[in-house]
Design a protein around this ligand. Structure first.
Ligand SMILES: Nc1ncnc2c1ncn2[C@@H]1O[C@H](COP(=O)(O)OP(=O)(O)OP(=O)(O)O)[C@@H](O)[C@H]1O
Ligand SMILES: [Mg+2]
Length: 300
């Protein structure tokens, strides 16, 4: 028996079906792939946006993508340090980390922020599991120098076994950016660097940085929508193109691209459903840096 719908309702339902089907080639393209998302900035700090992020992740997972989240928390570490009377100093976008600051970073990142992110994701139906780079020796590091920044680590190795086991069971790992040395010393590692190293170690298809800016801004103040590795290196060498937290972000992007991650995206975390828009629609948002010639994103 067929049911005749009024024309207006029929139009609406058909257009919904069309929208879903338009996303199908993108879903097929990303099925079974690993995507590493560095979750920071505005998306993390504002409740409606964090729910939008959680819902996006639920969708990603249900269409067969394996997401892994690395979260930031720089402002939260700075805030708790200030409450404890500890000064905060950055050099080249990296936090100088003495013993007490390392303790704050461990407490805030692996404690509060990690628990909050996992809680938000669980509230959106995502089976999130919180870890830091210390668990299972996931992110091994050594003291980064020169210059001496204290307990700031540089990543020497990623042991993906623990997160692969979780992802095989459809859990979404949520990683705080604390790493461990082979002598058991913990290190504070910039979350962008951890995300890039995990993307490389897990052979991710994409590395996505969620920002509190529209993307990578060029020296003229315009948003750069697509660029290649050499252009990214030129920006890093440019005296006034990139500063602060964007330095380790762009350096990590280049490192990931050179080590085999095909695409890195800088998305505006203030845009609702930024992840779904980027992955499942032809309209890419923010900045894409690609190893291959840019210009073909959107064609599945
Ligand atoms: N050329 C540039 N384009 C875009 N942002 C830039 C640029 N140069 C510097 N920035 C700054 O870099 C910041 C992003 O890095 P930041 O480390 O502050 O954020 P995050 O990495 O998202 O957060 P967290 O470090 O807590 O994880 C932007 O808010 C912007 O102020
Ligand atoms: Mg940062």
């Amino acid at each position: 028996m067929s049911v005749d719908l009024p024309p207006k309702i029929r139009e609406r339902t058909v257009s919904k079906a069309r929208t879903l089907l338009e996303a199908l080639p993108f879903m097929q393209e990303h099925w079974g792939k690993t995507i590493v998302v560095k979750y920071g900035g505005a998306a993390m700090e504002r409740a409606p946006l964090s729910r939008s992020f959680g819902n996006d992740l639920a969708l990603l997972q249900h269409v067969g993508i394996h997401p892994l989240i690395v979260h930031g928390g720089g402002p939260q570490v700075t805030e708790v340090s200030a409450r404890l009377g500890l000064p905060t100093t950055f050099v080249g976008g990296l936090r100088i980390t003495d013993g007490p600051t390392l303790d704050v970073a461990k407490m805030v990142l692996a404690g509060k922020v990690n628990t909050d992110v996992v809680g938000t994701l669980l509230g959106c139906g995502v089976q999130a599991v919180g870890l830091s780079g210390v668990d299972g020796g996931l992110v091994m590091a050594r003291r980064r120098e020169p210059p001496d920044l204290g307990f700031v680590g540089e990543v020497v190795q990623v042991n993906g076994a623990v997160v692969r086991a979780l992802m095989d069971q459809r859990f979404v790992p949520v990683i705080a950016s604390i790493a461990i040395g082979d002598d058991g010393q913990a290190y504070n590692v910039n979350a962008d660097v951890v995300a890039a190293e995990l993307a490389v170690g897990l052979s991710a298809e994409k590395l996505v940085y969620m920002n509190d800016v529209p993307g990578l801004i060029g020296p003229d103040g315009d948003l750069l929508s697509e660029l290649g590795v050499q252009e990214a290196l030129d920006l890093l060498a440019h005296p006034d193109a990139v500063d602060g937290g964007m330095i380790p972000k762009l350096e990590s992007a280049v490192r990931a691209l050179k080590a085999g991650v095909p695409r890195v995206h800088f998305l505006d975390g203030r845009v609702e459903h930024a992840l779904v828009l980027e992955l499942f629609t032809p309209e890419g948002i923010g900045t894409m840096i690609a190893v291959d010639a840019p210009g073909e994103e959107g064609t599945p």
